[in-house]
Write a protein that binds this ligand. Structure first.
Ligand SMILES: NC(=O)c1ccc[n+]([C@@H]2O[C@H](COP(=O)([O-])OP(=O)(O)OC[C@H]3O[C@@H](n4cnc5c(N)ncnc54)[C@H](O)[C@@H]3O)[C@@H](O)[C@H]2O)c1
Ligand SMILES: O=P(O)(O)OC[C@H](O)CO
Length: 339
């Protein structure tokens, strides 16, 4: 096969949901997974029971575990592996870069060691070939996209023609794609919302209620805007789909793995116990440290992120942290983004 509209790298929940939805809407999609046995099971059953139970894979999804076959299947690649696997995936794909005209990052995370966004990771590995790397993000739970429930996202690249090229491949009647030239803001928002979703889940697990959850979403957005300002993102991006949109859905949805993991922590489980009970990725676990470090390096006040970091990595008690958050010095609600 060499005439697919899209190659998706990663056959977890998100890769599978997008492949199924796009194929249902007339696209031909090559879906690559690293485990031959899992791909073979998907071929035999026509489903991905491990990551997206119930969804039937349409005929337009071509399944493979062969890297060369997937790399040459189309000239648009979308990376749907977790953020901690993006650098390795990009390395694996280096020999095939002549085949790609445009790449899409679907992961929502920040590199834990370097603080780079996922398109920055891809660009660094792929230089000097430099295929354009577009970020696609927004409120989009795989389980709902697989059912073709109405969903809106944003494709972002500094050069709008590449954001539009990705929009044209991904947009359907039920999957609406906006464009944005603030790729950095879109990626920061997509990563940071997972940290705040952990906070929302902790709040649920402890039983603090809806007022506290609304406060976490609102004040979480305020600290995300401050970080974005310090790093050069466009403030309006955080009022968009990748910002408040994804923050709301991830903090309230029963589908969210990040919110769920936070809830387990709030109920008193250790991080190891909570992770052991999940086989899907909860990006916030990896991203919290990276965002906390970025905040410190850029002198940005991010008290909620700092509290989540302390719960994850310093075994801090959520009750004590909530008391500390509430007892901080009074402040005006609206401050200049730089303070
Ligand atoms: N699930 C969603 O609703 C959703 C929606 C939007 C964005 N995302 C983002 O998409 C990314 C992937 O999430 P997901 O939900 O599909 O995760 P998942 O846990 O459901 O699946 C991850 C997939 O990646 C594979 N994988 C893991 N490490 C790998 C490696 N080193 N090399 C190759 N493959 C590897 C796993 O085998 C699995 O198939 C995450 O960054 C997530 O935040 C997820
Ligand atoms: O299940 P989560 O917490 O990884 O969230 C999935 C998507 O990012 C929601 O937009």
């Amino acid at each position: 096969m060499n005439d697919a509209d899209l190659t998706i790298w990663g056959s977890g929940s998100w890769g599978t949901a997008l492949a199924a939805h796009l194929a249902e809407n007339g696209r031909t999609v090559c879906l690559w997974g690293r485990a031959e046995a899992q791909i073979e099971r998907m071929r035999t059953t026509g489903r991905n029971e491990a990551y997206l139970p119930g969804t039937v894979l349409p005929d337009g999804v071509h399944l493979t575990a062969n890297v060369e076959e997937a790399a040459t299947a189309s000239s648009m690649w979308a990376l749907a592996v977790p953020s901690h696997a993006v650098e390795d995936m990009a390395q694996t794909l280096r020999p095939y870069l002549a085949h790609v005209a445009c790449a899409v990052s679907l992961a929502k995370g920040i590199d834990a060691d370097t603080g780079r966004t996922m398109t920055q990771v891809m660009e660094q590995v792929w230089q000097p070939n430099d295929p354009p790397c577009v970020a696609l993000s927004g409120p989009s739970h795989a389980e709902e996209v697989a059912l073709s429930a109405p969903t809106t996202v944003v494709a972002a690249h500094p050069d709008k023609q590449w954001a539009e090229a990705v929009r044209d491949v991904f947009m359907t009647d039920r999957f609406r794609v906006y464009t944005n030239t603030d790729r950095l803001g879109v990626e920061l928002a997509g990563a940071a919302k997972n940290v705040l979703a952990l906070a929302a889940g902790i709040c649920d697990g402890v039983g603090y209620g809806d007022n506290a959850k609304a406060a976490l979403i609102t004040r979480g957005l305020a600290e995300l805007r401050r970080l974005g300002h310090a790093l050069g993102a466009v403030p309006e991006t955080f009022a968009g789909l990748a910002g408040i949109g994804d923050l709301v859905v991830t903090c309230v949805s029963g589908h969210s793995r990040n919110r769920h993991l936070g809830e387990q922590l709030g109920r008193g489980h250790t991080l190891d116990e909570a992770l052991d009970a999940m086989h899907m990725v909860a990006e916030g676990v990896y991203t919290t440290k990276a965002i906390h470090r970025l905040a410190q390096e850029h002198n940005v006040d991010m008290p909620i992120t700092a509290a989540v970091n302390a719960i994850l990595h310093e075994d801090a008690d959520p009750h004590r942290l909530m008391e500390r958050l509430m007892a901080r010095a009074p402040k005006p609600e609206v401050r200049p983004a730089s303070s």
